[in-house]
Design a protein around this ligand. Structure first.
Ligand code: GLU
Length: 272
C-alpha cells in the first residue's frame, strides 16, 4: 500500500506553497487507496512558532485534507534519533567547525576538521563517499549528486545537540512506513543525502516526486520568510481550486461552487 506524508515545519501557518505540497502528496497517496500521514517537523527550536502546528492542522481540515493515524511530532523523538546513529560507528565524528571555518573550502567540509577542538560543543558529522548517488524522480527525472564533491560530510546533530533535518526526516519516513515522498522541488538536492543515510541504516527505499514551486509576484519561492499569506480557512474551496489548477488538474467551472470535501472527492475520482 502507498503511504505518503506531509511534513510541515511549524514556522508559521500554511500558505499557498505549502498547500501545494500537502495537496500533491495527499492526492498521490489517497487516489490509489493509500494512506496519508502528517508529521510536524518541530526540531529546529529557532524556527518553531508556538501554535503554528495546530493552525496548520486546522487549515488542512478546512481544505478537507484529512490525515490517517496519529500526528508525529519530531520534538518528542530526539532519543530515537540519537539511538539510530549508534550503528554508524566511526562514519560519524565530532566536528567543531563553524560556517566561516568552511568558507575557504566553498562550504564543503574537507573531511579533516580545519577547526580545533574548542570550548564549544561539537556537532556530529557523517562521512560521505566519493560516488554518485542517483534516483529517478517521478516528476524531475534522473537526478544524482556526488556527495563528497557537491555537498561534503554533513551534520546529523548540530552543536546545540539538536538532530538535523536530514537525519530526522530519514528516520521518521522509515519509522512511519512511508513509501512515497511528494514535496517541493527545493528539496530535490536534499534527497541524495537522505538516500545515502537510508542505505547506511538498511532502510527501505522510497519513491520521490518533487513538485514545481509556487512563486510570488517577485519571482521568489513562496515561503514564510517572505511573508506568504496564510491560507484563509473560510475561503478554502477557492484556494483548493487554485491549487488544483497549479497542479494541472483543470477542475471544471461547476466545481468552484462546491465544498472542499466535494472538490477533494472529485479530484480523487479524476486521478484514480
Ligand atoms: N519540513 C520541511 C519543510 O517544511 C519538509 C520536509 C520534507 O517534506 O521532507 O520544508
Amino acid at each position: 500500500m502507498i503511504v505518503g506524508r506531509f511534513a510541515p515545519t511549524p514556522s508559521g501557518a500554511l500558505h499557498f506553497g505549502s498547500l501545494i505540497a500537502a495537496l500533491g502528496s495527499f492526492i498521490s497517496a489517497k487516489s490509489k487507496g493509500g494512506k496519508w500521514l502528517v508529521r510536524i517537523e518541530d526540531i529546529d527550536k529557532a524556527r518553531t512558532i508556538k501554535g503554528a502546528d495546530s493552525e496548520i492542522l486546522r487549515q488542512l481540515e478546512a481544505c478537507a485534507l484529512f490525515w490517517d493515524g496519529e500526528i508525529v511530532y519530531q520534538s518528542r523523538r530526539i532519543e530515537t534519533y540519537r539511538e539510530a546513529i549508534a550503528s554508524l560507528g566511526d562514519l560519524v565524528y565530532p566536528c567543531y567547525c563553524s560556517r566561516s571555518d568552511l568558507e575557504p573550502f566553498g562550504g564543503i567540509h574537507p573531511q579533516k576538521c580545519p577547526a580545533k577542538n574548542g570550548e564549544k560543543s561539537a556537532a556530529l558529522r557523517l562521512r560521505v563517499g566519493d560516488l554518485p548517488i542517483g534516483f529517478n524522480d517521478k516528476l524531475c527525472g534522473y537526478f544524482e549528486q556526488n556527495l563528497r564533491k557537491e555537498v561534503g560530510d554533513f551534520a546529523l546533530f548540530n552543536a546545540l545537540g539538536e538532530p538535523t533535518y536530514h537525519l530526522a526526516v530519514t528516520i521518521d519516513d522509515q519509522f512511519s512506513g512511508v513509501t512515497q515522498v511528494v514535496r517541493g522541488r527545493d528539496l530535490l538536492d536534499s534527497t541524495p543525502r537522505q538516500i545515502y543515510l537510508q542505505r547506511l541504516l538498511n532502510f527501505r527505499s522510497i519513491e520521490y516526486a518533487h513538485l514545481p514551486l509556487a512563486l510570488g509576484a517577485d519571482g521568489q519561492k513562496l515561503s514564510k520568510q517572505n511573508l506568504a499569506e496564510p491560507i484563509d480557512k473560510s475561503n478554502a474551496a477557492q484556494t483548493l481550486i487554485k491549487a488544483l489548477n497549479f497542479l494541472g488538474y483543470n477542475p471544471p467551472r461547476s466545481l468552484c461552487e462546491q465544498t472542499p470535501i466535494e472538490i477533494i472527492n472529485w479530484t480523487l475520482k479524476e486521478k484514480s
